[in-house]
Design a protein around this ligand. Structure first.
Ligand SMILES: Nc1ncnc2c1ncn2[C@@H]1O[C@H](COP(=O)(O)OP(=O)(O)O)[C@@H](O)[C@H]1O
Ligand SMILES: [Mg+2]
Length: 309
């Protein structure tokens, strides 16, 4: 039932995205200074960091990749979309005055709620533990999409820290971005749940490409074992392409940084996990450089929805 509702919503979003594209390419809009300015921008790279099981390291992956992207000179936006259990701000030691909840209530615009984090990273904080936020209505989701697309701020990378599992919210954010980074650990439950998440996204939304980051391992050998296990099953039963994004070791230094509400990549750049995050981020940037964007700005939430069929 939820899946049917979700497909209806996907169809609505797809229609909106097509309308937006038609409007942007019409001759009337081409003379509009705003539109010309917008279309000269590059669309940001959009990545959702997600997992089947909770507590595997999504938030840590999000903030550490963000620091590395910022270090490479990219303008980074982080969206805390773990709307039921938000904690990006806690990990970063920030105290939000307003949250996405205020945007939904109509009191605030995104620019009012945005916080500045380390290295100039912008963060959109979510309200923590607000029960009704863990399931947004379709109009709330559309409102968020609209505001992000019309926000007069330019980013190179947008990272979305999602909740775990396959709730409608998670699927919405995953469907809205172009790259899906699944985080798993060697824990068998985490592996099974990562596979289940990809299966649902493939069977219901035809998403056939994912990146896998293996966290909390002893070393790369263990990470590759996890990757190969998931890849074999995904390719055999689902025809899913799974890219190995890299690994992050279990690292007590990372836990030390968390206790101080700091990002390990910034506080302890020599730590094993910092080095690992650096490698993963560099690999992603290199892939983007190899596949540069040719088109002008398109809507952030719309890319996959437009190309899904
Ligand atoms: N590489 C790691 N080394 C040590 N501890 C880790 C590592 N990754 C995650 N953790 C532990 O797992 C906890 C949950 O991480 P978090 O990023 O909040 O997970 P999620 O966002 O998936 O719920 C952290 O607070 C930390 O204690
Ligand atoms: Mg989290």
């Amino acid at each position: 039932m939820i899946i049917e509702d979700y497909d209806d919503q996907a169809a609505t979003l797809k229609k909106l995205a097509r309308q937006a594209e038609a409007a942007a390419s019409s001759p009337a809009r081409a003379v509009d200074a705003d539109a010309a300015e917008l279309s000269s921008r590059r669309a940001p790279r959009t990545i959702a960091i997600t997992s089947g099981k909770g507590g595997v390291g999504k938030t840590l992956v999000t903030v550490n990749l963000a620091v590395n992207f910022a270090r490479a000179g990219l303008r980074v936006l982080l969206i805390d979309a773990d709307l039921g259990l938000a904690n990006l701000d806690v990990v970063l030691g920030l105290t939000p005055e307003y949250t996405i909840q205020d945007v939904f209530d109509g009191h605030k615009h995104l620019s009012d709620i945005a916080l500045q984090g380390p290295m100039g990273i912008t963060i959109l904080p979510a309200a923590s533990g607000v029960a009704e936020l863990s399931n947004l209505s379709e109009s709330q989701r559309l409102m968020l999409m609209e505001q992000i697309d019309h926000w007069d701020v330019d980013y190179d990378v947008v990272l979305v820290d999602t909740g775990a599992g396959i709730s409608p919210n998670v699927r919405y954010f995953v469907l809205a971005v172009e790259q899906i980074l699944v985080v798993a650990t060697p824990d068998p439950a985490s592996i099974t749940d990562a596979y289940a998440l990809m299966k649902v996204m493939f069977l219901n939304h035809r998403i056939a490409h994912f990146d896998l980051l293996v966290n909390q391992v002893k070393g790369e050998r263990e990470a590759l074992e996890v990757y190969k296990t998931v890849q074999r099953v995904a390719e055999k039963f689902l025809n899913i392409g799974l890219n190995y994004a890299g690994f992050v070791p279990h690292d007590p230094e990372l836990v030390r940084a968390i206790r101080r509400q700091k990002v390990v990549s910034e506080l302890l750049p020599e730590a094993p996990s910092s080095a690992a995050f650096g490698v993963i981020a560099q690999r992603m940037v290199r892939l983007w450089e190899k596949n540069p964007r040719s088109e002008g700005r398109m809507t952030f939430f719309g890319r996959r929805l437009m190309t899904a069929d």
